[in-house]
Design a protein around this ligand. Structure first.
Ligand code: PLP
Length: 406
């Protein structure tokens, strides 16, 4: 099988619209990806044909919706190669998943003097929940540094993993730099010291083949909307024995077995962590998206994205005064850059005038921006449906901006 980018583009209706007089060049996939017709159709079909609440209904629609929702869970399980479907929790997204672990796992496992290790390139979603629980439990947050290329300083990891390290939380792929971190190695080293590992897979899910068992991750969180699915849905993988041992995160309907005013007992996994009516349409949409994604030849997709990364990087490097932030050897198709003398948001606004959508600012990684001594970058983040013409439009737009902002 090979990868036909034009055939893939044809499946994304939004890519055919025009913005500011030009054809849309969508390079803000790191923030949120577009949705293929198949996903849009599946979500619409749920509302059109069997919309109803799940799990407790005896009627036909409820049973059909329950089946579709649980089928989606099974699709997620298979996609990430988890052993059991009950190790897959539906969440609102990566942020929700990380908060769930920080709160429920942290309350059980962190005490005074314990340490949680994050990296200097984390998204705020993988910093703040740990800060909150560390403060509550009297634990300390430690930080694994990065080098100027935007790679983890692995020699420091050995020193930072102490007898008090209980959790290592790190991104699989950096949203600001594109760095693909050596998570398997980090997990191996953390486990050797008895620490658990949470992997923030928000940016890895749309680019890499995920295999939580091969990685050995204890927890793996990602968002649906970055992987061609709707917003407001995501998944959290947790190893069975860890999830079973954790107290509930939120209380309410769905997550109980029996409630009395004296005592409540909780439902089995995964429902123990899914209080309230879930995002049923979102779950179905996530299943459809991963099914769609899984039908593509993953190696061909990776080759296409690496070609785009090399091509777009080369084109941008032709532009004077432009510096790329994040030059790791192992990178996903994300290019952050600054133009000397120009504010990133001005560059972004000029690109927008030509229908080129990028993101500018700190990308929810302020500590990382502090490390580089900048307030933000312009970030072009590609998806599998982007092509070389998109990279050309980006380069032409940035060259124009460079002239105008000189
Ligand atoms: N982690 C990383 C690396 C991200 O890039 C993002 C979103 O940009 C998140 C976490 C948070 O994802 P969400 O807002 O979907 O919860």
């Amino acid at each position: 099988m090979s990868f036909d980018v034009e055939a893939v583009r044809a499946q994304f209706p939004i890519l055919h619209r025009r913005v500011n007089g030009g054809e849309l060049v969508y390079l803000d996939n790191g923030a949120s990806s577009q949705k293929p017709q198949r996903v849009i159709d599946e979500v619409a079909r749920y509302y059109r044909e069997f919309n109803s609440n799940i799990h407790r209904g005896v009627h036909h629609l409820s049973q059909q919706a329950t089946e579709a929702y649980e089928h989606a869970r099974e699709t997620v399980r298979a996609h990430i190669n988890a052993e059991h479907a009950r190790e897959v929790l539906f969440t609102g997204g990566t942020t929700h998943g990380i908060n769930l672990v920080a709160s429920a796992w942290g309350r059980r496992h962190l005490s005074r003097g314990d340490e949680v290790l994050v990296t200097a390139m984390e998204h705020h979603s993988n910093i703040v929940p740990w800060q909150l629980i560390c403060e509550e439990r009297g634990a300390k947050l430690r930080v694994l540094p990065v080098n100027r290329a935007g790679e983890l300083v692995m020699d420091e990891l050995e020193k930072l993993l102490t007898a008090r390290t209980r959790m290592v939380a790190l991104a699989h792929v950096s949203n600001s730099l594109g760095t693909i971190n050596p998570v398997a190695r980090v997990i191996e080293m953390a486990h050797a010291r008895g620490a658990a590992v949470l992997v923030d897979g928000a940016q890895a899910a749309p680019h890499l083949q995920l295999d939580v068992r091969e990685l050995g991750a204890d927890f793996y969180a990602f968002s649906g909307h970055k992987v061609f699915a709707p917003t407001g849905i995501g998944a959290l993988y947790g190893k069975l024995e860890l999830l079973e041992d954790m107290p509930p995160y939120q209380g309410g309907g769905e997550m109980i077995e029996r409630v009395t005013f004296d005592k409540t007992t909780f439902a089995d996994l995964p429902h123990k962590f899914e209080a309230g009516t879930p995002n049923i349409a979102g779950g179905i949409g996530l299943g459809a998206a991963l099914h769609w994604f899984g039908e593509l030849d993953a190696d061909a997709v990776a080759a296409h994205e690496q070609d785009l990364l090399a091509y777009a990087t080369g084109r941008l490097k032709e532009i004077e005064r432009l510096s790329i932030i994040g030059t790791a050897r192992d990178k996903a198709c994300v290019i952050s850059f600054v133009l000397e003398g120009a504010h990133p948001s001005d560059v972004g606004a000029l690109l927008n005038q030509q229908g080129v959508a990028v993101r500018t600012g700190h990308h929810c990684t302020q500590p990382l921006m502090d490390f580089y001594g900048i307030s933000g970058t312009v970030r072009a983040s590609f998806a599998l449906y982007n092509n070389r013409a998109d990279a050309d439009a980006l380069a032409a737009g940035v060259a124009r901006a460079a002239k105008m902002l000189a």
